[in-house]
Design a protein around this ligand. Structure first.
Ligand SMILES: C[S@@+](CC[C@H](N)C(=O)[O-])C[C@H]1O[C@@H](n2cnc3c(N)ncnc32)[C@H](O)[C@@H]1O
Length: 272
């Protein structure tokens, strides 16, 4: 089968499982052949040696497996990270959380922070690269996530800046950092997610409890009790009221909520 025929075949298969079947067909073939997309357009009539290998990739995507798991890589901020089914694929809206935290670190001259729920390492790695003197202790409850984070941290040579700790939230951390950042699981257990998310991404990274924001409430409570100065978290678009009343119950006066690219409430900053 030629490149052009293979792409037409893939587009037909992918039509019901992704929004841009032609683009995804090309991206998967570029990955399979180890060539740029432009190569496909210039060599339309070239025969593909391992067509079965390409068909297998298309079949995975047709079954709604996320593209990032298939190519084992996800883009975040200014970097590419290794990902596998054990970790959440980092989302573009989390880049907003990184920017908020970066401005606090820079303004307040913060030298040590903790990240709760490191996942692939996305937040900690970008922050460590922005601030070469920053020390980060990053926790996760999942062994799979810690293994991928460790791989990514090594890939960027950041072992001296980021220490990984397996922990429920901050339970295994004895010191008190000035700032804690977290993008914890915050989706309600019964929320109906798309197939590509629910069927493939780790549920420990997605679901935060019956209401969704239970872990966020716990993180606010724990950080206040420990004497942390700043807390920055991502949250669900419908959780502002619940978080606000939790903050009021704890007599926390300074908080600021921020919105994502679509104008939905997406996170908050607390100054204790
Ligand atoms: C939404 S993902 C965020 C991953 C990464 N920080 C990012 O932004 O892409 C949440 C992460 O929190 C971890 N997690 C879930 N419950 C936890 C807990 N009780 N303590 C520590 N980490 C937890 C999950 O394993 C997952 O890696």
């Amino acid at each position: 089968m030629t490149i052009s025929q293979a792409l037409n075949m893939a587009v037909t298969h992918l039509a019901n499982s992704c929004e841009k079947p032609r683009l995804e067909a090309e991206l998967l073939l570029s990955y399979h052949l180890g060539k740029e997309r432009l190569y496909l357009h210039i060599h339309e009539d070239e025969y593909i040696d391992d067509i079965e290998g390409y068909k297998a990739l298309v079949a995975r995507r047709t079954a709604h497996e996320p593209y990032e798991y298939i190519i084992k890589k996800a883009s975040f901020y200014d970097i590419d990270l290794a990902v596998s089914s054990g970790v959440l694929i980092p989302r573009p809206e989390t880049e907003l959380l990184v920017d908020r935290v970066a401005s606090i670190i820079s303004r307040e001259k913060i030298e040590e922070i903790v990240e709760i729920g490191v996942g692939s390492g996305a937040i900690s790695i970008v922050l460590a690269r922005k601030f070469p003197k920053l020390k980060i202790t990053a926790t996760d409850i999942s062994t799979d996530a810690l293994a991928i984070a460790s791989k990514n941290i090594k890939e960027f040579g950041l072992q001296s800046q980021i220490t990984l700790v397996q922990s429920n939230l901050m339970d295994s951390i004895k010191t008190t950092p000035r700032l804690v950042v977290s993008n914890p699981p915050y989706i309600a257990n019964d929320f109906e997610l798309e197939k590509n998310v629910h069927g493939y991404e780790p549920h420990t990274a997605l679901f935060g409890g019956e209401l969704g924001d239970e872990l966020l409430h716990k993180i606010i409570y724990d950080t206040q009790n420990r004497g942390v100065e700043w807390l920055a978290c991502e949250m669900g678009y419908d959780q502002k009221a619940s978080i606000q009343s939790h903050l009021q119950r704890l007599f926390i006066n300074f908080s600021e909520f921020y919105q994502d690219f679509s104008g939905f409430d997406r996170g908050f900053i607390v100054k204790f």
